[in-house]
Design a protein around this ligand. Structure first.
Ligand SMILES: [Zn+2]
Length: 251
């Protein structure tokens, strides 16, 4: 079954993870349920706390339950604004109607910590280099990295950015978000590291870490950078037209 046909005729999912990244469980309605095979299938909800795999952030996992039904969510995807949950039938088969969802909070919180840490490194590296950096991609799952354009900075510069980030984490920095149009975003933050990669003609969610420029991003973030713990720089990789900074965070 392809994702486009699963999303067809379904209203855009209310993205609860964008309204509140700390939402661990909530009631919801199942609006579509399609089997994949005898033991697994796809479920679409009217609103979802599950973050799909996108923007370098792996998908959430968790559970959707209803009367006599337990559905183990293993993968979450987005198609045309509709969040689609793929998982295993643990008990019964989900049908259209009221349900309850619960995300794997341990996994999500770690992803939020790594995602926020990656934004903060963009800021610190820009500051150390004295010019704005441009990102190409990122991944905050296992073997997490941030991809940048340009020449690989020196080891000392990369480490100076790491030291700066850990100082900012230790001091604490509040993280806030607001919605704006692409034009407004471009006017207020033309140097955002991911500006060239943003979708057009949609409203953008702009995330601001205290002490840093705003950055358009639809992912999940901490409310305070202090929760990152410690940023751990790993060996970088020099690419032909850019470089990757591998990193991790404290357990
Ligand atoms: Zn983000």
């Amino acid at each position: 079954m392809n994702l486009e046909s699963l999303a067809q005729g379904i209203r855009l999912t209310v993205l609860l993870y964008q309204e509140d990244s700390y939402l661990k469980e909530a009631s919801c309605g199942i609006v579509r349920s399609e089997p994949d095979d005898r033991k697994s299938g796809y479920v679409v909800l009217d609103r979802s706390a599950f973050h799909p795999k996108s923007g370098g952030q792996p998908s959430d996992r968790g559970k959707i339950s209803a009367d006599g039904v337990v559905f183990d969510v293993r993968r979450v995807m987005m198609s045309a604004g509709v969040v689609i949950h793929w998982g295993k039938y643990v008990q019964g088969v989900p049908g259209v109607g009221p349900a309850h969802m619960e995300i794997d909070w341990g996994l999500r919180h770690r992803l939020m910590r790594k995602h926020t840490a990656a934004h903060l490194y963009d800021h610190c590296l820009s500051t150390v280099l004295g010019n704005h950096v441009e990102t190409t991609d990122s991944w905050v799952g296992d073997d997490g990295y941030i991809g940048y354009r340009g020449r690989l900075p020196s080891k000392e510069q990369l480490q100076a950015a790491e030291v700066m980030e850990n100082q900012m984490i230790a001091n604490g920095a509040r993280v806030a978000s607001a919605l704006m149009t692409r034009e407004e975003a471009f006017l207020t933050m033309p140097d955002a590291p991911n500006m060239a990669r943003l979708p057009s003609n949609t409203n953008l969610r702009v995330v601001t870490i205290e002490g840093c420029h705003g950055i358009p991003c639809g992912g999940t973030h901490l409310s305070d950078a202090r929760e990152i713990g410690r940023f751990l720089l790993k060996a970088p990789k020099d690419l032909t037209e850019g470089f990757k900074v591998y990193f991790d965070i404290s357990p």
